[in-house]
Design a binder for this molecule. Structure first.
Ligand SMILES: [Zn+2]
Ligand SMILES: [Zn+2]
Length: 256
């Protein structure tokens, strides 16, 4: 049993063969996938895919890339998607992206903070995107402590010290396929040393395919390469790693 805690199954990249992708995930033992929205349209589509497939769940929210373009009522619309189905299991992805800077930083901060407040009201775990914005994300999360449902720092890219700080604040650390890349020493250290009960695995498909699929379109079935590498780094059996990571995701999202 494996859980891919973060994939974007709604994206156009999967239009030609989405049902095959889902079948391949099942065949690879990936029994649960959380598909993640990045705006109103993609959140809606994420829920549609979740409703049509047993074992697939949706998270909804507005990505920081869209902080300059979202509409006034978009957040309310997404909140109504949450209340329409119990297959919505998380709020996200939300956060800050100071790498691409598709939206001005102050607008990203405003959008992030308003969604954090709402996720508390809706009692959902949050999924945080933090790219080159570690200090700012940390500051904001100190001002808005995570609710009792907890949250995830997805596609974690900081160092071990930062990971342990987030864990103390109530977060899970989700390790992506980059951990299989030869030179990714920092993420390898994080994956090897954080407490097992706080570790999740993800693909972020269609992005960031792990070795040996690096450079190709990523898909949930490939999460097994990431899990195997983490098990190797920790010196444990792959099955022990996948069981623990799946149990963590099950507990956090309430999808065990
Ligand atoms: Zn992200
Ligand atoms: Zn993502």
């Amino acid at each position: 049993m494996l859980v891919d805690s973060h994939a974007h199954l709604d994206m156009d990249d999967f239009d030609p063969d989405r049902p095959d992708i889902i079948k391949r995930a099942e065949a690879a033992g990936v029994e649960r996938i959380v598909t993640i929205g990045i705006d109103v349209e993609s959140s809606r589509k994420a829920l549609e895919i979740a409703l049509a497939n047993e074992g697939i769940y949706a998270a909804v929210g507005i990505h920081p890339h869209n902080a300059a373009s979202y509409g006034k009522h978009d957040i309310e619309t997404i909140a109504s998607i949450v209340s329409s189905s119990d297959k919505v299991v998380g709020w996200g992805e939300i956060g800050l992206d100071f790498n691409r800077n598709y939206a001005p930083r102050d607008e990203q901060v405003r959008l992030f903070e308003s969604q954090l407040c709402l996720s508390h009201d809706l009692n959902l775990p949050i999924i945080i995107h933090d790219r080159d914005a570690h200090t700012e994300v940390l500051e904001i999360l100190k001002r808005h402590p995570v609710g009792k449902r907890g949250g995830i720092i997805h596609c974690f890219s900081g160092d071990l010290e930062l990971a342990l700080t987030f864990i103390k604040m109530g977060f899970f650390i989700s390790i992506p396929g980059t951990v299989t890349y030869k030179k990714a020493e920092t993420v390898k250290t994080v994956a090897a040393q954080i407490p097992l009960e706080r570790l999740l695995v993800e693909t972020d498909a269609p992005f960031l395919a792990p070795v040996p699929m690096r450079g190709k379109r990523n898909e949930p079935a490939f999460v097994r390469y990431t899990a195997t590498e983490i098990a190797h780094l920790r010196g444990i059996e792959p099955q022990a790693l996948t069981e623990a990571a799946s149990e963590n995701a099950g507990r956090l999202f309430g999808i065990a």
